[in-house]
Design a protein around this ligand. Structure first.
Ligand code: GLN
Length: 307
């Protein structure tokens, strides 16, 4: 029996309370100076159900840096622009490596394993940027995200973007490595400037849950991409959305998800709902520690799973 909305609301309230009482909240990302300042005690969860008001608990109207969750939206744009030609430049296999690792990129001659590790996301952004300016590309991305969320009040945090431009040495290394293999079409500064701004999009949990609805395949959700593509993007989220922790997320939560080092996770319950959770402390994979725990509890209490 599906939970009623009041029952679901109680589950969300319990999850938020448990998170607040939790002693080990993980470690906030400190390699991006602007993110290091975020209070690890913040927590929010929001569930967007089709045609109903979004249910939420915690700081669900506080904006946070979505970071790598943005890679889902850029992937949708890139597939819309070049279709399956994207796969000539990036793979569709889990990497089993950290999100910012360069090891495989050398072994596999500059073709990143998937569009969600940093190297693959840089190629995906580079694809969207080709033939356009960074401003046009970021404008298109913001339009896409705002339309998906049905909310124009979504912006990029310039200070977070500049903070990564100043410190993102690994991403610069990845971009130059891609360039040396002929797998970057724009100047590294332009592609990375665009990538860092895309990661610096800020959204609230309520907005992010709504923005994910186009991936649920629920009738009435905004139709931003074809149903065929919805399935493919979900498959990639399931297998690659949490980097080397993707198997763990599939095991514990059983739903396609995409994490970001800002502590956000977008999770899709195909045919049912889109869920966003935010807790800034990360586990050793760089995925939100309490966010994962919260999603595990939600999946257990609701029975939501693709398995
Ligand atoms: N902007 C971050 C980076 O490139 C995104 C990483 C992440 O969220 N996992 O390092």
């Amino acid at each position: 029996m599906p939970l009623s909305e009041p029952q679901l609301q109680r589950v969300l309230d319990d999850i938020a309370q448990t998170a607040a009482a939790s002693e080990d909240k993980g470690k906030v990302a400190d390699y991006i100076p602007d993110l290091a300042r975020i209070d690890p005690n913040r927590f929010a969860i929001a569930v967007a159900l089709p045609g109903k008001p979004t249910l939420h608990a915690g700081d669900a109207h506080a904006p946070f840096s979505i970071q790598s969750v943005s890679k889902v939206f850029t992937l949708a744009l890139a597939l819309g622009k070049v279709g399956d030609r994207l796969w000539n430049r990036v793979g569709r296999e889990p990497s089993g490596q950290a999100f910012d690792s360069i090891i495989q990129l050398e072994q596999e001659k500059g073709r990143p394993r998937n569009p969600f590790i940093n190297a693959g996301a840089i190629v995906t952004t580079d694809t969207v940027l080709e033939g356009a300016t960074p401003r046009e590309t970021l404008g298109a991305l913001l339009r896409f995200v705002r339309a998906a969320a049905g909310d124009d009040d979504i912006h990029m945090n310039e200070s977070v973007a500049q903070s990564e431009i100043a410190t993102g040495h690994r991403n610069f290394a990845l971009a130059h490595y891609l360039l040396s293999h002929g797998n970057l079409r724009n100047a590294p500064e332009l592609t990375l400037g665009t990538y860092f701004h895309q990661c610096a999009i800020e959204m609230t949990c309520a907005q992010l849950a709504k923005a994910g609805q186009f991936l649920t395949g629920v009738p009435g959700a905004p139709r931003m991409v074809s149903q065929n593509r919805v399935r493919r993007i979900n498959a990639l989220m399931m297998t690659c959305g949490h980097y080397d922790g993707s198997g763990e997320y599939a095991y514990r939560v059983g739903l396609p998800g995409k994490s970001g080092v800002g502590g956000g996770i977008l999770t899709i319950v195909p045919g049912i709902a889109s869920v966003a959770v935010w807790s800034p402390g990360l586990d050793h994979y760089g995925n939100s520690k309490l966010g994962t725990q919260a999603m595990q509890t939600l999946a257990e209490k609701t029975g939501w799973s693709v398995f």
